[in-house]
Design a protein around this ligand. Sequence first.
Ligand SMILES: NC(=O)c1ccc[n+]([C@@H]2O[C@H](COP(=O)([O-])OP(=O)(O)OC[C@H]3O[C@@H](n4cnc5c(N)ncnc54)[C@H](OP(=O)(O)O)[C@@H]3O)[C@@H](O)[C@H]2O)c1
Length: 219
Amino acid sequence: MNVMSDTFKAVLLEQDENDEVSASITDVASDALPEGEVTVAVEYSTVNFKDGLVINGNVGRLVREFPHVPGIDFAGTVEASDNSMFVPGDKVVLTGWRVGEIYWGGLSQKVRVKGDWLVALPDALNTRQAMAVGTAGFTSMLCVDALEAHGLAPENGEVLVTGGAGGVGSVAIAILAKRGYTVAASSGRRELTDYLMELGAAEVLDRAGLSGIESRPLE
Ligand SMILES: NC(=O)c1ccc[n+]([C@@H]2O[C@H](COP(=O)([O-])OP(=O)(O)OC[C@H]3O[C@@H](n4cnc5c(N)ncnc54)[C@H](OP(=O)(O)O)[C@@H]3O)[C@@H](O)[C@H]2O)c1
């Protein structure tokens, strides 16, 4: 994709006089990019839980200023840099820092962000693979790391993954199974039982049979 032109394509959210938020794929002028140190030509992003909230009418009011470009993560190639850590051509990845919420995000051909928010892409991953993992998959790995730091181990018994068919839960099932855990997954979608078993679940429980999990944050 050519991102050197005066415009680039992005998912743009706009709010009308009735506070209704709508999203469209729009040509955005390059000089409308926000201030920042590093301009990145985006190759891949993901559609995360938060992006779903924001694009579907800004549920939860995560976005306060419009126009806005959503997308909480991206991987791409540095196009221009005022930060000594990055030079044009570097492959980079970003997740977090409230990009896509209070800063313009990755559902765009071009982004401009602070250099501190970027991570050099590891040699073992290309940009597509990095975003196939995405923020949800990265979150799953952080959860597994944290649980293991608190003593979780395969020999201590089964692990239950709730929200098993969701973005975080599905990757958690795959990571845990790969690491030798016996995984029980709970899901409200019985029709996805085969999928959850393919990911590595040894058992799938009906969400309705579990108590105390009734609300979803941010809604
Ligand atoms: N995505 C991220 O990067 C990220 C980062 C940090 C924290 N989180 C948090 O992690 C959680 C999961 O996020 P996600 O991105 O995986 O969201 P998601 O893809 O929407 O998955 C959430 C899953 O929760 C289950 N669920 C839905 N309604 C439920 C209810 N009433 N009671 C119990 N379970 C219900 C559903 O799974 P089943 O249909 O299989 O039951 C759904 O797929 C959220 O609380 C989110 O805020 C996410």
